[in-house]
Design a protein around this ligand. Structure first.
Ligand code: ZN
Length: 263
């Protein structure tokens, strides 16, 4: 079985992990992945904004990225998102384990099942993240004294601009905890692809106008924390599931694709 870790910049630069870059062709375009070598050969790393961090969130080819992981045999994946906080309770530097999202994006290619030969499929999103992986992360984080809040509702904002102060107030009022620009789109596609997926968010700022007029970003310690969390992620991915988990069969087929969409 193969596993994937998806992140912004930095996740494929883990200490002691060497990787090799590979381009995977899919029906949705090309994706660049980093395959772990030696004792990490079961792990694949994907950096959603490209290796030079030049692809803005509304232009990421999400379908190619996730179809590439599916094509090479990934069955479980974990993601990391840098986010803004919508609540003062979540301070910059804090980690949140996501359990829900609200999608506010538009004009994105965010489904594999686009009709015709790609089929018409509705996917269950009641609990969009894999609960088995979530529970394993909480258990392993506790073992390793890594502080992470157990629940978080992620607002997915289209970007690339930041939000207005009024938007931040609105998103907090409708129940958001953190805000980013990529998480919902990725999570939907993982679920459509039948890959178990869970994700953590790292706050780097308070949302616009929440505490001050000026946007300030905290990235100190981020790399150390990513290193720690990635070790937790690797051990969680390799842990054999000992509880029933059927989140990889959430699709409701109205008409099945007539082609292998992940070929
Ligand atoms: Zn699952």
């Amino acid at each position: 079985m193969r596993y994937a870790i998806v992140g912004g910049t930095g996740v494929y630069n883990l200490e002691g992990v060497s990787t090799v870059e590979r381009t995977v062709e899919t029906r949705f375009g090309e994706a660049t992945i980093y395959e772990g070598l030696h004792e990490f050969s079961d792990i694949v790393f994907l950096t959603r904004h490209g290796k030079d961090h030049t692809i803005p969130p509304h232009k990421v080819n999400y379908r190619a990225n996730i179809a590439a992981l599916k094509k090479i045999g990934v069955e479980r994946a974990l993601g990391l998102y840098c986010v803004g906080s919508l609540k003062t309770l979540i301070a910059p530097g804090d980690f949140v384990l996501l359990d829900q999202f609200i999608d506010q994006t538009y004009n994105r290619e965010d489904t594999f099942y686009s009709g015709g030969e790609y089929g018409l499929v509705h996917t269950d999103m009641v609990r969009p993240f894999c609960n088995t992986l979530r529970n394993l992360i909480l258990k392993e984080a506790k073992n390793q004294n890594f502080r992470i809040m157990p629940y978080g509702n992620y607002i997915c904002f289209n970007g690339p601009r930041f939000e207005t102060a009024a938007e931040i107030r609105y998103f907090a009022q409708i129940g958001g905890d953190v805000i980013g620009m990529t998480g919902a789109t990725e999570t939907m596609l993982f679920r459509e692809a039948g890959i178990h997926y869970a994700a953590a968010a790292f706050s780097i700022n308070f949302g616009a106008g929440l505490l001050s007029e000026k946007m300030e970003f905290k990235r100190d310690g981020l790399n150390d924390d990513i290193q720690k969390l990635s070790k937790i992620f690797i051990s969680v991915l390799r842990d054999s599931f000992n509880q029933e988990c059927n989140c990889n069969t959430a699709q409701r087929f109205n008409s099945s694709p007539t082609i292998d969409i992940f070929a």
